[in-house]
Design a protein around this ligand. Structure first.
Ligand SMILES: NC(=O)c1ccc[n+]([C@@H]2O[C@H](COP(=O)([O-])OP(=O)(O)OC[C@H]3O[C@@H](n4cnc5c(N)ncnc54)[C@H](OP(=O)(O)O)[C@@H]3O)[C@@H](O)[C@H]2O)c1
Length: 331
């Protein structure tokens, strides 16, 4: 397994991370035993970075991971955990809470649910508008000193917040959406991370399946699948965006790889400081994603992708309007 370091101060992790969210939440039903098998298959393949959040299935995802990891030596994986998003019993998002004392409480619960003594990276899932980021990061810094957390990360925040956080404590990485059709970070956020020695764990590298080659107009997102409400997955936006996926698919064919592999390889090719997270919840998808590690994109390949899918090619915001409003990274 190739490795990459999370920023100047973070841990060295597998060059591909496994995001566990879809095993508990957001993308409709998932199969528990297949999820567990997928985590084991990832570890067997050398994946060490596993990403979760205490609000993914409101604790379900952490307990699932605890079961998957119970017989695995703690030094074989790094856990990246988000906190701060608040959800009601019906699953609705009801706000954010990144107050220092609340964070300590959430951290304690995460350690208990995951059945571990420490987390490798701990991060607020969004900027809490009511709490200065310095207060949140300073308090996580106390947890680093106490040994409960090894590194501090950020998620979906903009340049001002990144700078304030980095002035408070070393930050290993920013977790943020980045793909060939979600390139908002390139203008200011990625340069700021590079200046400050902060790595990027990129999520949504397949735009939540939209540019994976496995999404089609017939595959309707149902029930609690976030994609049922996601602007990119509906109406004429979906037609347009599936056209982009087809274009990517043709470029992938030329290269002898799958659409998903090309999409993941494109993100990985944007810099050694970027680690793609993939949301595989089935072994078959994981195997495909791992195949991206063997894909080398030349300057000509990258230029061909750029020409065919220029910046801003996608139609529709990457989140529903109400959730876009919570993204400090979009302000
Ligand atoms: N910080 C944040 O705000 C934030 C937000 C979202 C996610 N995340 C983290 O990032 C991780 C990845 O994000 P994501 O799941 O939205 O991104 P993604 O990898 O772009 O999308 C995952 C979806 O793509 C589909 N897919 C098709 N082919 C695939 C393949 N070969 N490998 C993997 N998936 C394939 C899967 O659908 P099927 O399973 O239905 O086939 C899966 O539901 C999450 O698990 C979570 O840990 C963080």
């Amino acid at each position: 397994m190739q490795t990459r370091q999370l920023g100047r101060t973070g841990p060295t992790v597998s060059a591909l991370g496994l995001g566990a969210m879809g095993m508990s939440d957001m993308y409709g039903p998932s199969d528990r035993s297949e999820s567990l098998a997928t985590v084991h298959a990832a570890l067997d393949a050398g994946v060490t970075l596993i990403d979760t959040g205490d609000f993914y299935g409101s604790g379900h995802n952490e307990m699932l991971l605890a079961e998957a990891l119970k017989d695995v030596s703690r030094d074989r994986y790094e856990l990246s955990v988000k906190f701060g998003a608040l959800r009601g019993p019906d699953g609705q998002f009801v706000g954010y809470d990144s107050r220092p004392d609340a964070m300590k409480n959430y951290l304690t619960m995460s350690l208990r649910r995951l059945q571990v003594d420490y987390l490798d990276v701990y991060r607020p899932s969004r900027l809490d508008p009511n709490v200065p980021i310095e207060d949140t990061i300073g308090a996580i810094g106390e947890m680093v000193k106490a040994g409960y957390v090894r590194h501090i990360g950020l998620s979906e925040v903009g340049v001002d917040t990144i700078r304030k956080a980095a002035a408070t404590h070393a930050i290993s990485d920013l977790q943020i959406e980045y793909s060939v059709i979600s390139r908002g970070i390139e203008a200011a956020i990625l340069p700021a991370c590079r200046e400050l020695g902060i790595g990027v764990t990129a999520y949504g590298v397949l735009a939540r399946g939209l540019i994976s080659g496995h999404w089609s107009k017939d595959r309707t997102a149902a029930g609690r699948d976030l994609r049922a409400f996601s602007p990119r997955f509906v109406g004429e936006n979906l037609d347009h965006n599936l056209g982009i996926a087809e274009t990517l698919g043709r470029l992938a064919d030329d290269k002898g790889v799958t659409t998903a592999q090309l999409a993941i390889a494109w993100v990985a090719a944007q810099g050694q400081d970027i680690i793609p997270l993939v949301g595989a919840r089935k072994r078959e998808r994981l195997t495909e994603a791992l195949g991206s590690l063997g894909v080398t994109l030349t300057a000509d390949d990258l230029a061909a992708i750029e020409a065919a899918i220029p910046k801003g090619a996608a139609q529709g915001d990457r989140y529903p309007t109400a959730l876009m409003a919570h993204l400090d990274s979009e302000k």
